[in-house]
Design a protein around this ligand. Structure first.
Ligand code: BG6
Ligand code: MG
Length: 220
């Protein structure tokens, strides 16, 4: 557990933390999995959360017990993203998950640095749709990293860009891959969701409504 009394930096995952796009990733992958002769379940989907696009397809192929040639692999990645972009077209600021906007306001007001640490290459499009881009002092997404979560690169790049030590950062995550990335980077990891689904996190709350001002005041 990180013993630092006050943190100076908050690093947010995007999908499943700020907005419920996890359901759209699932729908798009379900279609691809079906093409591989596999029925993707919600339980399977837990293993895809936080995981990059190619790594997700590799995991699905493992589940399906099948392989693809390089051209088909690339075309499935392309198709998945095309379907996903179609599904997120209707995302609006109303889709910001409960309590997130209040948390962003609190952090801004208290001069806590805010960063995004997302595996998604579509992160900027979504932040724009949610109209919250200006809250972020730094945005590290799937286009800026070589190694996906659970590797800590995305969060370490975030803390470096903000000029803060890893120990000064709190990471908000909804995936085990993301919690592992945060802990590997030496940061405080807050899991959002069902505590039964996580291990190694420092704190867990069902959502940002439960993680209210009182909790934020103890973290920052
Ligand atoms: C993560 C999601 O945020 O981004 C994963 O949890 C997704 O499900 C990954 O695979 C990559 O996203 P994208 O938008 O680049 O395909
Ligand atoms: Mg996520």
């Amino acid at each position: 557990m990180n013993r630092l009394k006050k943190h100076r930096c908050a690093l947010f995952d995007l999908d499943g933390v700020i907005v419920d796009t996890a359901k759209y990733h699932f729908l798009a992958w379900k279609k691809i999995a079906a093409q591989c002769g596999y029925e993707l379940t919600l339980q399977d989907n837990e293993q895809l959360k936080g995981v990059s696009r190619p790594d997700s397809l590799n995991r699905i192929l493992e589940m399906a017990g099948t392989r693809l040639d390089e051209t088909t692999f690339e075309s499935y990645l392309h198709q998945k993203n095309k379907d996903y972009l179609q599904l997120i077209q209707e995302v609006t600021p109303e889709d910001i998950l409960p309590g997130v906007q209040a948390a962003l306001n609190f952090l801004k007001l208290n001069k806590v640095k805010i960063g995004l640490g997302s595996a998604s290459k579509n992160a900027l499009i979504i932040l724009e749709k949610l109209q919250i881009t200006s809250f972020f002092d730094v945005i590290i997404d799937g286009n800026s990293v070589q190694q996906g979560k659970p590797h800590p690169e995305v969060f370490l790049k975030g803390s470096n860009a903000l000029g803060e030590a890893a120990e000064a950062c709190v990471v908000f995550e909804d995936s085990q891959a993301g919690i592992d990335a945060a802990k590997a980077g030496g940061m405080t990891a807050v899991a959002l969701g069902d505590a039964k689904l996580f291990k190694n996190m420092d704190y867990c709350y069902p959502d940002f409504e439960a993680l209210d001002k009182v909790v934020l005041q103890t973290l920052f």
